[in-house]
Ligand binder design. Structure first.
Ligand SMILES: [Mg+2]
Length: 189
């Protein structure tokens, strides 16, 4: 039996506006159109998995409970549009601390594959940093997409050679439009 298709998305700068060390629900602002874009992906048969590095926890700036409150808020807002994550994976460690899943590690994508029967080769990763794209590549997803929101614009200018295998789009809405077209052409083969 074929596995499920997943959309792996980064949080800060991809789903919601990048704000340094965001840790309270009042700070959350969704990227315009992001929730409806995810809804389209769900309607096309994708499950949504969020994978986020939250080094602010490891650095002692805020607690894991703060991250969970933010995620409860995201879930509530999305539920109003009948969209939900199948799971949220958080890497709370500081960048220099050992971590099982901190991006660019593909570990959480492998965990999701095993837990939810996800076919990584038919799945996509979307983020605003090179580590997001690398996480997808390391896991063997079909494509990694860079959004120009958050840090994406800077990454596009500074990391040109490393983006040869990436799809670069303006935002999450465009990313979903792109991958739904790609997904349709894959089904025709
Ligand atoms: Mg980000």
């Amino acid at each position: 039996m074929k596995g499920r298709k997943a959309l792996f998305i980064d949080r800060d700068g991809t789903l919601i506006l990048e704000k340094e060390y965001l840790h309270r629900p009042e700070m959350v602002e969704f990227i315009s159109g992001a929730i409806l874009a995810l809804k389209k992906a769900v309607e096309a048969g994708f499950v949504i998995v969020m994978v986020t590095n939250q080094s602010g926890v490891g650095r002692g700036y805020y607690a894991l409970e703060d991250v969970e409150k933010v995620h409860a808020y995201l879930a509530k807002e999305m539920a109003m549009h009948n969209v939900s994550f199948i799971k949220i994976y958080v890497a709370p460690e500081a960048p220099d601390a050992p971590s099982r899943g901190r991006k660019p590690s593909p570990q959480f994508l492998f965990d999701a594959r095993d837990e939810f029967n996800i076919d990584l080769e038919r799945s996509y990763m979307i983020g605003d940093k090179l580590i997001d794209l690398q996480c997808g590549w390391n896991a063997g997803v079909r494509r990694s997409l860079l959004v120009r929101t958050g840090y994406g614009k800077e990454v596009e200018q500074q990391e040109k050679q490393k983006l040869r295998d990436a799809v670069v789009v303006n935002d999450l809405c465009e990313a979903v439009e792109w991958l739904l077209r790609d997904n349709t052409s894959e089904n025709r083969v």
